[in-house]
Design a protein around this ligand. Structure first.
Ligand SMILES: [Zn+2]
Length: 206
């Protein structure tokens, strides 16, 4: 199980590596890493366990965040804008194959388990993506190749994790919300500021 001390932090070179494709079928070592990422996310969803293990909760975690430069990440999240629809993915060798022209962003900005400081600004993400990926199911122990069509919040989380596999951190992409170029691109906030208060307890760490 990965705990707080296992999370690599900003400045650690592994977070800047171009991660390698994972060899399939999964080796025992890679499966162990993926299991650890999945467990971290499952614990993140349960307040008592977050307190017990003193971890910082997150909605996603990528392999380089535990020091492994391989193309794997786990996402565990509820889409608070879509009836709390639950998303649970253990992705291996994901590839984003389509991105919408429309861009969106979290008005409160993004967070990251590897970044322990306050940041200013927002990150523009494609509002819709299509990704092809291997998904590992820990209930069945099976790996299957899937096409995911994601929109809004889950698409943002997926892109945040996907960037980690290319050594990109959300802090690299921060822009001032007031300086968004609305003339040359279609950009809208994921939700309006009025809604912000209602969702202020949402954790956006990934
Ligand atoms: Zn992150």
């Amino acid at each position: 199980m990965f705990l707080s001390d296992d999370i690599t932090k900003e400045g650690n070179p592994v977070l800047r590596e171009q991660c390698k494709e994972v060899t399939l079928p999964l080796s025992d070592e890679d499966l162990e890493t993926l299991k650890g990422l999945h467990e971290y996310e499952v614990i993140s969803q349960i307040d008592e366990l977050v307190k017990k293990y003193k971890i910082r909760p997150g909605v996603g975690i990528a392999a380089p965040q535990v020091g492994v430069a391989k193309r794997m990440f786990a996402i565990e999240m509820d889409d608070f804008l879509d009836d709390n629809k639950h998303y649970s993915f253990c992705c291996v060798n994901p590839k984003i194959v389509e991105r919408s022209k429309e861009m969106t962003y979290l008005p409160g900005g993004e967070g990251c388990l590897s970044v322990d400081r306050n940041t200013c600004g927002v990150v523009l993400r494609n509002n819709k993506i299509v990704a092809k990926t291997w998904l590992y199911d820990f209930n069945t122990g099976k790996l299957s190749f899937k096409t995911l069509r994601l929109e809004g919040y889950p698409a943002i989380v997926f892109q945040h994790e996907y960037d980690h596999l290319d050594g990109i951190m959300f802090v690299d992409k921060l822009i001032d919300e007031d300086k968004i170029d609305h003339k040359n691109q279609i950009v809208f906030p994921l939700y309006t500021i009025e809604d912000d208060e209602e969702y202020e307890d949402e954790e956006e760490n990934a």
